[in-house]
Design a protein. Structure first.
Length: 490
C-alpha cells in the first residue's frame, strides 16, 4: 500500500469552521486617558495643597481652574483619538502634567503677589493663572488645528524653503523694530503692540527645524561627501560648509542685534545635531564646536551685554544688588528647598525676580526640593526619549529628522534653562517649556507636540494590507479534464 501523497507546496489544512479574524490593532488610547486622569488628579491635589498652605478656602476661582484644565485636555484626548489614533499614548499625558504643574505654580505666585500688594497697600494685580488657562486654550486650538488639517506631515517637506524663509523673517522682525516695540528687559525679541505682544522667535525655531529637515533629506549626498582626514576625522569639504556657516551667521546676528543668547544657542545646537544625525559624521560636530567657540569669543570681546552675563555667571555675589541679584536669589531659593522642599505654598519663591517665567525652575526647587525638581526633569527626559523613539520607528527620512530635531530642541532648552538658574552656564533668558508663564512659548510648544504626535501616529500605525494581485493567466496551473462519453456522465 503506497503512502499518501504529501500536500502540495503552500497548502495548509483549514480548521473546522475556518480561521478566526485577526484582532484589531491596539491604539492604546485608553491608556492615554488613564494617564491623563492621573495627571488631572496630581494637578488637583497640588492646587488644594497650595490653598491649604496659604490658609485659603476652596473657592469657585480654584474650581474654575481645575474644571478648565480637565475640559481642555479632555477635548485634546478626543482629538488625538479621532485624528491620530495610533500615536504614542505617553506624549500628551506628560505635557498635561507639566502644564498642570506650571498652572499650580503660577497660581501659587499669584497668591504671593496678592499678599505683597495687601502688605504694601497697593492695588492687587490680576491673577496670571487665569491668563495662563486662556493661553493653554489657544494652545489647544493650535494643537487640534494641526491634528485635523495636517493629514500627512510629509507634505511639510514640499514647503521647506518657504517655511524657512518665513522663519528667518520672523526671527529678524524684532531686530528691525524700534526699541519701544520690541525690547523687554534689554532683549529685542518681542513684537509689542497695544493690547498684544508676541515673541516670534518661538515660532521661528519650529519653522527652521522643518526647513533644515527638508534640506538635509533633499541634499544628503552633499553633506556626506568626505573631505580631508585630520587626526583620524573625515572633515567636510570647504565648499560644502555653506549651510552651517549661514546658520552660524544668523545666530551671531540674533545675538548681536537682539541680545538674545538663548535663541542663538538653541537654534545652532539643534541644527548641528540634525546635521550629525543626517550624515553620521563626527567632523560636522568638530566644525560646529569650533564655530561655536569662535562666536562666543567674538561676542565676549565685542559686546558688553555678553561680557556682563559671563562676569555675573562667574562672580554673582560681587555685584549682588545689581547684575548678580537674580542668580543670587535663585541660588538662595534652591538652597532653602534642600532635598524635600518647603512644601507647596510654604516657601518664598516670589523673592526671586521673574519667578513665573525665567526662574520658575527655582520655584520648583524651593517648594518641592531636589526630589520634586528631579521628578520634573524626569518628565522632560521621558518626553524627549519618546520623541527620539518616534524618530527611530518612523519609516521616512524626513520624519526621522523632524522628530529628532523637535525632541532635541526641547532637551537643549531645558538644559539651558536649568543650567542658567543653577549657575552651571550663564543665564540666557529662555523659558521652561509648558511650565513657565507666557503665551508665545505655549502656542509654539503645543504646535511642536502636535507634530510629534502626527509623526508618532504614522510610525505606530499598522502597515496597510496589500491585496494580492491576480495571477497571470499564463502562469496559472493547468489540469487535464476528461471529456464525458456521449450520452453518459463523467
Amino acid at each position: 500500500m503506497s503512502a499518501p501523497a504529501p500536500p502540495s507546496a503552500g497548502a495548509f489544512p483549514s480548521p473546522p469552521g475556518g480561521f478566526a479574524p485577526a484582532p484589531p490593532p491596539s491604539t492604546r488610547r485608553n491608556i492615554e486617558l488613564l494617564l491623563l486622569g492621573l495627571a488631572a488628579l496630581v494637578t488637583t491635589v497640588a492646587l488644594v495643597l497650595v490653598e491649604a498652605s496659604q490658609e485659603q478656602s476652596i473657592s469657585w476661582d480654584i474650581a474654575k481652574l481645575g474644571l478648565a484644565y480637565l475640559a481642555l485636555f479632555g477635548v485634546a484626548h478626543l482629538a488625538v483619538r479621532r485624528f491620530a489614533a495610533f500615536a504614542d499614548p505617553v506624549l500628551l499625558p506628560i505635557v498635561a502634567l507639566l502644564n498642570g504643574l506650571g498652572l499650580v505654580l503660577i497660581h501659587r505666585l499669584d497668591l504671593a503677589d496678592k499678599q505683597d500688594a495687601i502688605f504694601n497697600s497697593t492695588a492687587i494685580p490680576s491673577p496670571d493663572a487665569n491668563q495662563q488657562v486662556l493661553w493653554t486654550g489657544l494652545g489647544m486650538v493650535v494643537f487640534m488645528g494641526l491634528l485635523i488639517t495636517l493629514r500627512d506631515y510629509r507634505t511639510l517637506a514640499r514647503y521647506a524653503y518657504t517655511l524657512g524663509l518665513i522663519g528667518l523673517i520672523a526671527l529678524a522682525i524684532p531686530a528691525l523694530l524700534p526699541d519701544r516695540y520690541s525690547m523687554v528687559n534689554g532683549a529685542k525679541i518681542w513684537i509689542r503692540l497695544p493690547g498684544f505682544s508676541v515673541q516670534p522667535g518661538e515660532f521661528a525655531k519650529l519653522l527652521l527645524i522643518i526647513f533644515f529637515a527638508g534640506v538635509l533629506v533633499a541634499k544628503r549626498d552633499l553633506f556626506t561627501v568626505a573631505g580631508k582626514h585630520v587626526l583620524g576625522l573625515e572633515l567636510p569639504r570647504p565648499r560644502d560648509m555653506g549651510p552651517i556657516l549661514v546658520v552660524w551667521v544668523v545666530c551671531i546676528g540674533v545675538l548681536v542685534l537682539e541680545k538674545d543668547l538663548g535663541t542663538s544657542l538653541l537654534i545652532f545646537a539643534t541644527v548641528l545635531t540634525m546635521l550629525y544625525i543626517a550624515t553620521e559624521r563626527v567632523g560636522w560636530l568638530v566644525i560646529g564646536g569650533g564655530l561655536l567657540a569662535i562666536g562666543f569669543l567674538f561676542a565676549y570681546n565685542w559686546f558688553g551685554h555678553v561680557r556682563v552675563r559671563v562676569e555675573t555667571w562667574l562672580h554673582p555675589f560681587d555685584d549682588y544688588n545689581n547684575t548678580g541679584y537674580q542668580i543670587s536669589q535663585s541660588l538662595f531659593g534652591l538652597a532653602t528647598g534642600g532635598l524635600a522642599g518647603t512644601g507647596l505654598g510654604s516657601g518664598r519663591p516670589s523673592q526671586v525676580p521673574f519667578a513665573k517665567t525665567d526662574f520658575i525652575i527655582t520655584t520648583i526647587g524651593e517648594e518641592l526640593g531636589l526630589v520634586g525638581l528631579t521628578a520634573v526633569l524626569m518628565l522632560f527626559t521621558m518626553l524627549v526619549v519618546r520623541g527620539l523613539r518616534t524618530a527611530l520607528a518612523v519609516r521616512d527620512s524626513f520624519g526621522k529628522l523632524l522628530a529628532a530635531g523637535l525632541s532635541f530642541t526641547i532637551a537643549v532648552q531645558v538644559f539651558v534653562v536649568v543650567g542658567g538658574v543653577t549657575k552651571l552656564i550663564p543665564l540666557t533668558g529662555l523659558t521652561t517649556p509648558f511650565v513657565s508663564y507666557g503665551g508665545s512659548s505655549l502656542l509654539a510648544n503645543y504646535a511642536l507636540v502636535a507634530l510629534l504626535i502626527k509623526i508618532s501616529d504614522a510610525a505606530r500605525a499598522p502597515a496597510p494590507v496589500r491585496k494580492r494581485a491576480p495571477e497571470p493567466i499564463a502562469d496559472a496551473p493547468t489540469e487535464m479534464v476528461r471529456r464525458p462519453p456521449k450520452g453518459g456522465t463523467a
